[in-house]
Design a protein around this ligand. Structure first.
Ligand code: GLU
Length: 290
């Protein structure tokens, strides 16, 4: 069986020990399987992505002894592909424009008539449905061109109906290994109408990750356990867009001394900092338990 995996950092800060663990794990596994290890620069957030961080990513990875097959894929080069997929979902009546700001959503969720506590999904509070086509909102006409200027949300109920009974499942090899079946009702209540196209960018993390994994022929996704909950969204999008579902490995997270997950702002754990202090790549491997 062929094996192709990837490391997909966002160039929004320095790589830290958690990134090193993820990259080394995927790289080592690709080598052990005689497979391919690819790199993807997830730079869709133009407000935060910086060329200096991208350059530092290449430098840190080379220093760690990591090489990748072919040229890295960059999400900022892939807008036409994202647009095309959005157009397809729009024409099938699965998207609707949404004008709500974060503030509007929080206000709607805390309104007394909503009653119950908001449910948090992989993208934050589950959308209360203010702009969803229904009693007060007209359904958009799928025959019109894809609108721009507003965010576009996936109409989760319509998306599940469009699956025509196709099962949503994936194989997980690490975090409680096994076959996961995703119940449709969990997607409605626990995920809801997620944003697939942002106001400032025709795409979203979920849409691009699914299209890019398919375009790069990824058979095995190896990434942190923090993304486990997002996988149900990725499997749904793969089914809607007729794309293959890779095998998933959600590895443990590297934590700081207080047990907190490392974040980009944890400069103290930046690989660059360890390098300056004279650490070797072997020291980094040891620090992350490899
Ligand atoms: N770009 C994401 C990150 O830096 C990783 C996405 C993924 O591996 O699916 O956390």
């Amino acid at each position: 069986m062929s094996f192709t995996t990837r490391f997909a950092p966002s160039p929004t800060g320095p790589l830290h020990l958690g990134h090193a663990y993820s990259a080394l794990l995927a790289h080592d596994q690709a080598k052990a399987e005689g497979g391919k290890f690819l790199l993807r620069i997830e730079d869709i957030d133009s407000t935060r992505a910086r060329p200096q961080w991208e350059a530092q990513i290449y430098d840190d990875l080379h220093w760690l002894g990591i090489t990748w097959d072919g040229a890295p894929m960059r999400q900022s080069d892939r807008l036409p592909t994202y647009q095309q997929a959005l157009g397809q979902l729009w024409a099938r009546g699965l998207l609707y424009p949404c004008k709500c700001s974060r503030k509007d959503i929080n206000a709607a969720l805390s309104a007394p008539q909503e009653g119950a506590e908001p449910i948090f999904g992989p993208d934050g509070p589950v959308y209360p449905g203010t702009c969803r086509p229904g009693a007060d909102n007209q359904a958009p006409n799928p025959g019109t061109p894809l609108p721009s200027g507003d965010a576009l949300r996936l109409n989760m109920t319509a998306a599940l109906a469009a699956l025509d009974g196709r099962a949503l499942r994936f194989e997980e090899t690490d975090l409680a290994p096994g076959t996961y079946q995703i119940p449709a009702k969990d997607l409605i209540t626990g995920v809801g109408d997620i944003v697939l196209s942002r106001r400032d960018f025709p795409g979203s993390y979920h849409l691009s990750v699914v299209l890019d994994d398919a375009a790069q022929g990824i058979t095995h996704v190896i990434r942190g356990a923090d993304l486990f909950d997002a996988t149900q969204i990725h499997v749904l999008l793969q089914q809607l867009l007729d794309l293959p579902t890779p095998t998933y490995t959600h590895h443990r997270l590297i934590r700081d001394d207080q047990g907190k997950r490392l974040a980009k702002r944890d400069d103290a754990r930046a690989i660059a900092r360890y390098r300056e202090e004279g650490a070797t790549p072997q020291d980094i491997r040891k620090m992350v338990g490899l």
